[in-house]
Write a protein that binds this ligand. Structure first.
Ligand code: 5GP
Length: 216
């Protein structure tokens, strides 16, 4: 009898300037579907209060990070705000081979590298824009985890990050977090149904044809 056709896992790349609400969106999509794996990046930046090693990031020294890159363990890596960030390859390959989707909260440099990698065909990329720059700055300040100097640096980088919006498959304007989360669910729902992703569809249709044969 027919069962749900298996499909390839999707690499969901979410990028935005800091403070555009990307992390909240990432949590919302995982609350909606807990089977979505989150790619925990490695970084050389110091943990912020409340962050835990292995949950938000793998916090590593520059030497440890560079050793991982040297051993080919990173799917992508980039320098962001004077620190190194990278996505470890192993957990992503494991999840994808099990047909699970993987969510990446990474910058445009990482997005470009994964799109150009051998996994590029499995990528769905989404850029999140803030409703305004005033709103972006107030969200950064509300976090109150970074110094004024760090915030000023992040605002400068925001403009550079936003300049890459057109490289993404989808763009969300995050004026309302519930609406943006609903839009993200719509994107993922439709992408999951794409014919090319449903790898067991051929076999399923052969089963339907066999049923036709049985009726004759
Ligand atoms: P934060 O330090 O605020 O957590 O992150 C700073 C920036 O680094 C964010 O734009 C985030 O998306 C990006 N980032 C986090 N992890 C990675 C990663 O593994 N690779 C790349 N390329 N960027 C990352």
């Amino acid at each position: 009898m027919a069962t749900e056709a298996a499909r390839r896992g999707i690499l969901i790349i979410l990028s935005s300037p800091s403070g555009a609400g990307k992390s909240t969106l990432a949590h919302a999509i995982r609350d909606w579907d807990p089977s979505i794996a989150f790619s925990v990046s490695a970084t050389t930046r110091a943990p912020r209060p409340g962050e835990e090693d292995g949950r938000e990031y793998w916090f590593r020294s520059r030497a440890e990070f560079e050793a991982m890159v040297g051993k080919g363990e990173m799917l992508e890596h980039a320098e962001v705000f004077d620190n190194l960030y990278g996505s470890p390859k192993g957990p992503v390959e494991d999840a994808i081979s099990q047909g699970r989707d993987v969510l990446f909260d990474i910058d445009w440099q990482g997005g470009q590298q994964i799109r150009q990698s051998s996994l590029g065909q499995d990528v769905v990329s989404i850029f999140v824009l803030p409703p305004s720059i005033t709103e972006l700055e107030s969200r950064l300040r509300a976090r109150a985890q970074d110094s004024d100097q760090v915030i000023a640096g992040r605002m400068q980088k925001s403009q550079a990050e936003i300049s890459h919006w057109a490289e993404y498959d989808y763009v969300l304007i995050n004026s309302d977090k519930d609406r943006a989360a609903a839009e993200l669910r719509t994107i993922l729902g439709a992408e999951r149904l794409k014919r090319a992703r449903q790898s067991a569809l051929g076999e399923f249709v052969r089963g339907l044809n066999a049923e036709f044969g049985d009726m004759q």
